[in-house]
Design a protein around this ligand. Structure first.
Ligand code: MN
Length: 316
């Protein structure tokens, strides 16, 4: 993998559709490192840049590839468990020598070279390990990128558990380089609109308990989208509030995307493998955080999800 990052003169960095802080910061940080090694770097992302905390990155990412790709160019695919996750760039990637850096459990491995650590909490942590493996200095702004990616994928460290001291040791090195957890928190959770707070209130009011309170489900319909817009979604905070309910350990958020397409997100606080639930519905993700899209209207998707949650075995 380290040789792959030395061997080419030009690197095309690709990350997943509907990008998050982890994939964009991975791209930006790896790009900064490669440029410091004298490489030419281009960042690509199809978007859409929906999440409030990543909007400012959009200008650094190209939405189409050049017509001719340099012969000395290689692709690095970041934070994608399957080639389709890069969206419109999938064909381009398949024609280039490729390195895949990822931390997802699902998906068939792809790419000529892979660095996939399903136990890593973020792709940015893997980028940090790469830069450190080259014994390259981590500048303050790169440290900020790496910290922000880790914070967004770990829910500001909430998803980390015992045995992950190495992650905090890595964070300590970033903080020593000038990255501020306080600033990262403000960027991650601040700047939200009043509409997003009202939508949160509505979804919490709608939440229903299933399976003797062990599971909770709520939904967002097309009227909500018309009233508040998809940009008002603040799913992370919603998950946090619902999962904090007494006895509740698994939640589902069912959202209409269009009259015939519905997305379902799952989160678990216990050992329930919601990743396998999402996979059974054609999606993917991690054990504790997963999702899928189904070609069903909202009402049908809600029934499907309720049936699954009602039948969940109790797990500790
Ligand atoms: Mn990630």
């Amino acid at each position: 993998m380290l040789r792959f990052l030395r061997d080419y003169e030009t690197y095309f960095l690709f990350s997943h559709i509907e990008p998050d802080g982890d994939c964009l910061c991975s791209s930006a940080a790896l790009g900064r490192f490669l440029q410091a090694q004298g490489k030419q770097v281009f960042h690509f992302n199809e978007g859409p840049f929906i999440r409030v905390e990543v909007k400012s990155y959009q200008e650094d990412f190209l939405s189409s590839v050049p017509e001719t790709i340099p012969a000395d160019a290689a692709a690095v695919v970041l934070d994608c468990s399957t080639p389709e996750r890069v969206g419109i760039f999938a064909d381009t990637v398949s024609t280039m020598p490729s390195l895949v850096i990822d931390h997802h459990r699902t998906g068939d491995p792809f790419g000529d070279v892979t660095y996939i650590e399903s136990d890593a909490p973020s792709t940015t942590l893997l980028i940090q390990f790469i830069i450190e493996a080259f014994h390259a200095p981590i500048e303050r702004d790169v440290a900020e990128l790496l910290l922000f990616g880790l914070c967004t994928d770990t829910g500001f460290f909430r998803h980390l558990t015992d045995g992950q001291g190495a992650v905090f040791a890595a964070v300590g090195r970033l903080v020593n380089q000038g990255a501020s957890p306080k600033a990262a928190h403000a960027r991650m959770f601040g700047g939200r609109t009043m509409a997003s707070r009202r939508l949160l209130a509505r979804l919490i009011e709608r939440a229903r308990e299933l399976n003797a309170g062990r599971c909770m489900i709520t939904f967002e319909n097309l009227d909500d989208i018309a009233e508040f817009g998809k940009e008002s979604r603040d799913s992370d905070l919603l998950y946090q509030l619902l999962l904090g309910t007494q006895h509740c350990s698994v939640i589902a958020l069912v959202r209409a995307e269009s009259p015939s397409l519905t997305s379902i997100s799952f989160r678990a606080r216990d050992n329930t493998d919601v990743g396998s639930i999402a996979r059974s519905l054609g999606g993917g993700g991690h054990r504790a955080a997963a999702g899928c899209q189904v070609e069903q209207p909202l009402a049908a998707a809600l029934r499907t999800t309720e049936a699954i949650l009602s039948q969940l075995e109790t797990q500790s």
